[in-house]
Design a binder for this molecule. Sequence first.
Ligand code: AKB
Length: 339
Amino acid sequence: MRRPGVLITGASGEIGHGLIEKLAEDGATTIVTLDVRALEPSLGRMVHREVTGSITDNAALDRILAEFDIDHVYHLAAYLSTRSEFTPVTAHKVNVEGTMNLLEFAQKQSESHGRPVVFLYPSSIAAYGLPDLETKAKAGKVREEEYNTPSTMYGCNKLYCELLGRYYARHYKQLAAEALSGKVDFRAVRFPGLISAVTVPSGGTSDYAPEMIHAAARGEAYACFVRPDTRIPFMAMPDGVEALLTLADAPRAKLTKTAYNLGAFNPSAEEVRQLVLRSFRGASLTYDVDVKRQGIVDTWPADVDDSAARAEWGFAAKYDFDRAFSEYLIPTIRGRYAR
Ligand code: AKB
């Protein structure tokens, strides 16, 4: 008998950390993870099977298929935006071919147990590409259908994988209607920059905000790599994890979109810096603009319209900018570094 469970890829990353903790809370979910990196021991104790391997390795996926009856896939593994610009071919292999492998895996799982597999996909604001700063300033809250012309390899990968997911959902829905089993229930969110109090990101371009906060908490000097006026949407990690879980539970019939915007707060880099300076007096935070990374965030929207997520599956971020700092980031980070 194969054991029912959920699969998390890229589980040792930032989102995986929070997601595992949340899914493990009631002890009722069998959690299977797949990552090239080992989980921290404290997280490893919360999962039932930790597979160390790549999403590009079909043998690893076949082993999971043979052993588990997976009904939810949280496909978090990806190369982020800055890293993908340095290694575009590898990024495409991991981000696109890896996602394709996971979609095939989900479809096979569904065929074998006869139920749809809910496939959660974290897309990104990188799926947008605004042509210039003037357009960005005028665009206001960008809707899902607007400016779908990403400028980075990562953004192209994310947008294309949303379409691949849509293809799988429609294709196999049709097969299911023809009485052939198998169905991938693909659901995606376009995450803003995520800020976690317990992990530091790597390889992203929204990293300047979390890096500023963590450096200040550690008492280290930090030079922000974007201009003070740079503005993109951000979200506190607990809201990001909650969004994935809420979307996973939403009734299928209510969902009209393949990918949903999520909004929370959208401070400029200087507004982040000022709040960090108020929280960590004497912190050394300066600017040293990296032209390439600046060029990337300049194509991302300053804000997003998340009305579809609110209306269709009841999404509402708990943390605005001030609450994210005062109730989540600062107390958790202080505790972490004090230890
Ligand atoms: C990145 O900066 O690449 C990510 C993202 C916005 O998707 N954090």
